[in-house]
Design a protein around this ligand. Structure first.
Ligand code: NOJ
Ligand code: CA
Length: 715
């Protein structure tokens, strides 16, 4: 009997010992694995809330920090090292021990001021690993890993410590990414001044140096994007291949200060790097639905946001790009008071500017455009208009018609000239009731003053954000062209409505432009960073005024872009006259542009193959919008409407490529069907080569149910 008791006791004891191990192995959260009783821990593991994303950290024998990443048991990143090199100090990248770790579980939901969703879930497991060099000078470095169901973000923190000195100059941040396979990759080259390139699709082994977001597909079909979040007071990061290393290894590289090997200068602590991010999705659509970049940014810093208004805008803009008018003064000057009023009238009449937020952009309104403005940034004046443009009169006329005036500030890369005038200009704009600026930084080889500062370097990273903060003080929204890439900062400063940082529509007006596949790649690459001012909505895709240039899509695809690409400020780009027929009547397909919202409550991506096609479904209140686009191949895509309420009938306004449409030979014919649909229907998007489909769905009235036909798939 005694023995029986003892057996039960031993069994119980064994259970108590084994249970925690069984549980920890399969649940999210982190645990330390110690390699022996008295040895310091050298390994840390942490899983995402659903347990699928797993991050392992270890110190190698020489004390070098390494992380590795897996998804559902598939290794995505093999052990990859972390560290820094400084000017006048030895590298901080080895000889470490783990002093301690701390963990945190976080789960809340927040509401963005505007954007792609009305509510965003921020749910992660975090571990902070406190490292210290074993030998003098015993410098400290902390690593924070935040593991989400849709990826991982990690950052370095250098705490205040005597052994690092007061001024630090970072020569290099050596964050390795040892990818497990020769993934298919979509990329643009890195040059520290521009992201305006067409994307290439190649095996990872052909990648040399690329900008982020950098997106890949693994042999298993898992998709991942490497980028950064909260790029603040630091240099922009690109990725370059490592010579002589294992085949598929990339390492971070930072934009330099002019004529220097210094990348980041710091004189206060703690130093926090931006988050290095790896977003993971089971398919390409998961990437687009991910909120990780925003979640890694700080909450909204602005107390009052009532003046922030996402909007569509028209503009004296495309007419310059297609050579109909000029920025500079003279007989073809585009920015005249009279011309501006015509755009306002158009917005009032056809975009219902009294009831929705509509802006008017006027480029070439201010002095400085004459001569070669790309070289003469120092003569731009941001408060003085050309004599044929009366700023006050135009702003007032706009206001009377419910239109917001958007001031254009092209700096041409003369930051000194701009900063000298910024206070005065922003004061004037605020006084006049101007609530929005589109800024520009055309400077192909870096800034003119201070000379050589790169668009993506620390100096400019700070300038762009300072401009946004100053604008906020004046209740002004900003849309930046030639920007630093987006890294989710619009969560913190929601007046940063949009930015370029992309080969946008304008390239089609004066160069070979972008091939049809471009717009099936952007949602998974550039748009992983955030909103884009792409400038969609060209109806005259063959550009009558420019016989040798054209847009490489059908007109129906131009409509779909209002759904597949988001921006806090979305342009209605074409000339007003191109939205009308020969008799001056507005074209019926323009209704989609009028109806489509710019800020959304939800997003889904049911069809996605990068470089081939994409369908994005977005909700705004009770309405749904669907945009589908394809590359140069015609194809049919099924869109199940199961997201609709079950007990409700809806009207679907479907704008499709006409049968016979083709981006090259017959781009402009759009067919419109207005039908009744419900949750059991599947819409077939029949896309022409280079084509698209745009759909608006809203709850049907009794009358509409009685009079409109039900949806049937047309042959
Ligand atoms: C380049 C910008 O991308 C474009 O939108 C603008 O019209 C010109 N610069 C002139 O500022
Ligand atoms: Ca540009």
């Amino acid at each position: 009997m005694v023995n029986k008791k003892r057996v039960i006791l031993i069994l119980l004891l064994a259970l108590v010992l084994v249970l925690p191990i069984l549980v920890t192995k399969n649940v999210p959260g982190s645990f330390l694995e110690s390699s022996g009783e008295n040895e310091p821990e050298t390994k840390v593991s942490i899983g995402s809330p659903n347990g699928k994303v797993n991050l392992n950290f270890h110190l190698s024998d020489d004390g070098t920090p390494h992380y590795q990443l897996s998804y559902n048991g598939v290794t995505l990143i093999k052990p990859s090292s972390l560290g820094f090199q400084f000017k006048d100090q030895k590298p901080l990248n080895g000889d470490f021990e783990i002093v301690k770790t701390s963990t945190e579980s976080f789960n809340n939901t927040w509401e963005p001021v505007w954007g792609e969703k009305d509510k965003i879930k921020n749910h992660y497991e975090q571990v902070t690993i406190y490292l210290k060099e074993k030998e003098p000078p015993n410098r400290k470095m902390n690593l924070v890993f935040r593991v989400y169901d849709d990826g991982v973000g990690f950052r370095y923190i250098l705490p205040k410590q005597g052994s690092l000195g007061n001024n630090i100059e970072i020569i290099s941040e050596d964050t390795e990414f040892q990818f497990a396979n020769n993934h298919t990759s979509w990329w643009i080259p890195n040059d520290w001044d521009s992201y305006e390139y067409n994307y290439k699709e190649t095996p990872l082994s052909e990648v040399k140096e690329v900008s982020t977001p950098f997106t890949m597909k693994t042999p298993q079909g898992i998709h991942l994007t490497v980028h950064e979040a909260a790029l603040i007071d630091y240099a922009g990061m690109a990725l370059k291949s490592v010579e002589g290393e294992e085949e598929y290894t990339l390492i971070s590289t930072l934009a330099p200060w002019p004529n220097s090997n210094v990348k980041v200068k710091k004189d206060s602590f703690p130093i926090k790097t931006p988050w290095r991010t790896i977003q993971v999705g089971e398919d390409a659509g998961d990437l687009v639905e991910s909120d990780m970049i925003l979640n890694l940014n700080e909450p909204n810093a602005l107390e009052d946001t009532s003046w922030i208004k996402p909007m569509k805008y028209v503009g004296i803009w495309w007419e310059m790009h297609i050579g109909k008018s000029t920025w500079g003064s003279g007989p073809k000057h585009g920015a005249t008071t009279e011309n501006a009023k015509q755009y306002i009238d158009f917005a009032y009449e056809y975009l219902d500017s009294e009831n929705q937020n509509i802006g008017l952009l006027v480029e070439g309104w201010n002095e400085g455009w004459d001569g070669d403005w790309t070289q003469n940034g120092d003569v731009f004046n941001f408060t003085k208009s050309y004599p044929d443009f009366n700023l006050k009169e135009v702003v007032e006329y706009a206001a009377q018609h419910g239109v917001e005036y958007i001031a254009h500030n092209e700096t041409s890369g003369d930051i000194q000239n701009y900063e000298d005038q910024m206070d005065k200009a922003y004061d004037l704009y605020q006084k006049l009731g101007i609530n929005a600026i589109k800024s520009g930084y055309v400077a192909d080889n870096g800034m003119k003053d201070p000379a050589g500062q790169h668009h993506h370097g620390q100096y400019m990273v700070n300038h762009y954000l300072e401009a946004v903060k100053k604008a906020a003080e004046h209740e002004i929204m900003i849309n930046t062209h030639e920007p630093i890439k987006a890294t989710g900062i619009y969560r913190t400063y929601p007046n940063w409505m949009s930015r370029e940082g992309v080969m946008g529509m304008e390239y089609n007006a004066w160069s070979k432009g972008s091939p049809p596949e471009h717009l099936t790649i952007l949602p998974f690459t550039r748009m992983m960073a955030g909103p884009i001012d792409y400038n969609p909505g060209i109806f005259d895709v063959q550009i009558a005024n420019k016989p040798n240039n054209r847009v490489h899509t059908t007109r129906a695809q131009q409509l779909a872009l209002y759904v597949t690409i988001t921006s806090g400020t979305q342009m209605v780009t074409d000339l007003p006259s191109n939205y009308k027929d020969e008799d001056g009547n507005i074209l019926p397909e323009f209704k989609f542009i009028k109806d489509v919202p710019v800020t959304w409550d939800d997003i889904m991506v049911p069809n996605a193959e990068i470089g081939d096609y994409v369908t994005v479904v977005r909700r705004s209140g009770k309405e749904w919008y669907i945009g589908s686009t394809t590359d140069e191949h015609a194809r049919n895509l099924d869109i199940e409407l199961s997201f609709l309420d079950n007990d409700q009938k809806y009207v679907a306004e479907i704008y499709s490529d006409d049968p016979g449409a083709d981006w090259e030979t017959n781009p402009n014919s759009v067919s419109i069907d207005t039908v009744i649909v419900d949750a059991k229907d599947t819409i077939v998007a029949s896309l022409a080569a280079g084509g698209g489909q745009a759909v608006r769905i809203y709850p049907a009235s009794e009358e509409e149910i009685a009079t409109l036909p039900n949806y049937t798939i047309s042959e």
